[in-house]
Design a protein around this ligand. Structure first.
Ligand SMILES: C[S@@+](CC[C@H](N)C(=O)[O-])C[C@H]1O[C@@H](n2cnc3c(N)ncnc32)[C@H](O)[C@@H]1O
Length: 199
């Protein structure tokens, strides 16, 4: 989806995503040692803002001006950037790169992930959370287009020389009028093994 369409989606509501960080981001990273982090396709910045409150020095990139304006209105600590993640390049390296719910076809997402891995410091981590392909049949909500949904093995194949810490489908509780239902997310975390350089 183009940036203009995302702007429309954001304009249609006061707040598109939750203020709170993603459940798995909060669970896995709340005790991580703060460092320099990047949130790619950060939306309104819920995860980047939460990490910056924990002491992380965060850059957050999204191509929706509306989403970024909202992030900037909440945090003057996160360095928000309006840019397309397909072409944006940082001038620094990171201890953490987070990609949350960025749904692109695999020929577009793969190169973004591979580039992001090359921006990691030694011991740096890439943290990916997104709607799993099985969510269409077995989960709840999210895009209903299999070609842009995530798959653990596909994502692992882009991480090459990184050490995978965690790679699984996880169940995320969602409150609905009918009670709590479970969405299915792909969660993949991988780390550079104390070595700088292209991966
Ligand atoms: C589902 S939202 C997730 C936002 C955020 N990561 C979160 O978890 O709250 C997807 C975001 O990806 C952004 N996005 C999609 N394609 C992008 C691209 N090529 N470059 C930058 N941002 C992009 C959209 O603007 C939107 O904010």
């Amino acid at each position: 989806m183009e940036s203009g369409k995302w702007d429309e989606k954001y304009r249609a509501t006061d707040r598109l995503w939750s203020v709170k960080p993603n459940l798995f981001v909060a669970d896995r990273l709340s005790h991580a040692k703060p460092g320099v982090g990047l949130d790619l396709a950060s939306g309104e910045g819920r995860n980047a803002i939460w990490l910056s409150e924990l002491g992380w020095s965060m850059t957050a990139v999204d191509f929706s001006e509306i989403a970024v304006e909202r992030g900037r209105a909440v945090s003057d600590t996160v360095g928000f950037v309006v840019a397309d993640v397909l072409t944006w390049e940082p001038s620094i390296t990171f201890d953490l790169v987070l990609i949350a719910y960025l749904h692109l076809s695999e020929d577009l997402l793969g190169p973004v992930v591979e580039k992001a891995c090359a921006w990691l410091e030694p011991d740096g981590e890439i943290f990916m959370i997104g709607h799993d392909r099985s969510n269409i049949e077995e989960g709840h909500g999210g895009p209903q287009v299999p070609e842009i949904l995530w798959d653990v093995e596909l994502i692992r194949s882009w991480l090459r020389r990184l050490t995978v810490i965690e790679a699984q489908v996880v169940r995320r509780p969602v409150d609905t009028d009918e009670g709590v239902v479970f969405a299915r997310d792909t969660l993949v975390r991988a780390r550079v093994s104390g070595r700088r350089g292209p991966v």
